[in-house]
Design a protein around this ligand. Sequence first.
Ligand code: UD1
Ligand code: UDP
Length: 372
Amino acid sequence: MSRRILTVFGTRPEAIKLFPLVHAIEADRRLEGRVCVSAQHRGMLDQVLEIAGVEPARDLDLMRPDRSLGALTAALLTGLGGVMDGERPDWVVVQGDTATAMAGALAAYYRKIPVAHVEAGLRSGNIHHPWPEEVNRKVIGTLAALHCAPTETAAEALRRENIDPGTIHVTGNTVIDALRWVTGRIERQPGLAAGLSELERRFAGRRIIGVTSHRRENFGEGMERIAQAIQLLAGQPDLAIIFPVHLNPHVRSVMNERLAGFANVALIEPLDYPHFARLLDICHLMLTDSGGVQEEAPALGKPVLVMRETTERPEGVAAGTALLVGTDPERILSAARRLLEDEAAYAAMARAHNPFGDGKSAGRIAELLATA
Ligand code: UD1
Ligand code: UDP
């Protein structure tokens, strides 16, 4: 009898970090995989499902424009619970720290279904940064029966919380599996990531700064400050900024208002994963408040300036490939300038450094699901 695994996710980063596991489960005859998407995100989720060839068995289609955290969580808890009642899986797999992951873990716990947590043990130590993700991740940590920690640092954080060490496994982060998979696809089929060529031509001869931003704790003042920082950078004509803008209306309204009309700032729609990998490839440095980008950019040898005061991913900072710069425009500008003007400073950060995994994490997690 094969084990029935229900993999639950709803947003872009979860889809990116879980598609390698969905593939690994499909390839393992001891496992019978089913995928349920909450569709907490719609367009940005579908972009990943399409490129990765993942066809969910269940799709709750829950995204509503600008829904409150309470309404979202309530809908997720009942919706995902209903799916679990029908599917009756042996394991539920969740990833990371989103509302879907937290509600999925809680719904499984209410049904006494064991939960496997992928990317377990990340902690900033501050429940307001990232908000609400730090608490979502701790809730899942309390419920999970299997903790797949990406690094030894994350595993140690779980042990410090008195989680049974026998349930903690250092598997690496599946984001590296995803990145390798997509770069391999692009090598075989360059057309998959050719859609930036017009921008590449327009910005030829300038150094490109890639930007992403979406954190809830930055809404309002933080987003305004990030926009001001980009305005300051746009004042340097030898630079160009490519900014795929998150679909969250709190991000788009500020960026469209503050940054439209700058000749060397391209505000573009969210890129699909192959095109985002291409942006990581062509940029000089990344400016971001994203979790996943903090892991991907160092793996590709691109310095990353993190527009946050704390991070639950200290490994890049410790290695010197990522730097926390907050959201103060002057601080962001001076950190960026230093990298742009000081070759030695740039070279020190632009080292391919990959503490997050070896690209074989999904296989390890599938093995744990088959044998734990
Ligand atoms: C969510 C996660 C966050 C994660 C981020 C990744 C929570 C509470 N937040 O934040 O942890 O880092 O995703 O991107 O789980 N929207 C669209 N189309 C899309 C996606 C979003 O229109 O494809 C708009 C909708 O109006 C939606 C809003 O963005 O209501 C917010 O989406 P939501 O999932 O609630 O929060 P994010 O800020 O995206
Ligand atoms: N990403 C993408 N297209 C974009 C921006 C980001 O495919 O236009 C990918 C990126 O490579 C990373 C993930 O989305 O794997 C990060 O998602 P996001 O920043 O939305 O969420 P977080 O990682 O902060 O939870």
